[in-house]
Design a protein around this ligand. Structure first.
Ligand code: SF4
Length: 233
């Protein structure tokens, strides 16, 4: 499939989401895939909101791109933050970097900084959109374009599910879309600063996430709960 065909397909899907699933929300971490979606939504002047989880540990490069997105597209990115009480309690009890100590501590941190705020972000929405792709990780190999998200009680769209890495970058280059400078430093996946590193040639794209943990499902709890029921393939 050519890039033009990919873009036409993406545009048609986003238009359908806008019409049939209002209010819909794109959740972004400002990675390459999310930039394709932000650009396509802005280019189509679609009434789909854009939001991010400001965990408090995002890298400086991500904050820079956040500002660039708002100025380039003249759109406000909604931000959702951890609840101060829960975060303060976690840090007082465990320490600010306790996520290095155990998977349980890491999941707790992700729960406070990401999962709970995501639940608030999705309240009242009919659908949410992610930039996940099947190629990114074994844990994402079976994601669908459109899924039933029973956890949040809405529909989840992964419009780039079957895009390749090359196609993502072809789009960014062709449409001169800004990208996160961390990608130029060897980060295929963008996350919190202390939990994300660059990868070496040949490593799995998710190898730079929580690299001190055993290889496996490198997810933070945002994307592992959906019921894999296909609405469409
Ligand atoms: S990625 Fe790291 S810092 Fe960010 S919420 Fe998860 S454990 Fe905490």
């Amino acid at each position: 499939m050519s890039l033009d065909e990919r873009v036409a397909e993406l545009s048609a899907l986003l238009n359908r989401i806008e019409v049939q699933f209002a209010p819909a929300l794109l959740m972004t971490s400002f990675g390459a895939e999310d930039m394709v979606l932000i650009d396509a939504i802005a280019r189509g002047r679609l009434g789909i909101d854009i939001a991010t989880l400001d965990t408090g540990r995002l890298p400086e490069q991500t904050h820079d791109l956040w500002r660039t997105v708002e100025s380039t597209y003249a759109r406000k990115v909604l931000s959702f933050h951890p609840q101060a009480e829960a975060l303060g309690q976690y840090i007082r009890t465990n320490g600010a970097n306790a996520f290095y100590d155990s998977v349980a501590q890491r999941m707790q941190c992700c729960g406070i900084r990401k999962v709970e705020p995501l639940g608030r972000a999705l309240k009242g929405r009919a659908a949410w959109i992610t930039g996940m792709r099947r190629e990114q990780a074994a844990s994402r190999a079976y994601i669908l374009l459109e899924e039933s998200d029973a956890e949040h009680g809405l529909v989840k769209f992964n419009p780039l599910a079957d895009w390749s890495t090359d196609e993502v970058w072809q789009y960014l280059n062709q449409y001169e879309v800004p990208h996160n400078r961390l990608h130029d430093l060897g980060y295929p996946s963008i996350g919190c600063a202390p939990c994300t590193r660059a990868i070496q040639a040949g490593e799995d794209p998710r190898a730079g996430r929580w690299w001190w943990e055993q290889a496996g499902a490198k997810e933070c709890g945002l994307h592992i709960r959906e019921i894999p029921v296909a609405v469409t393939a």
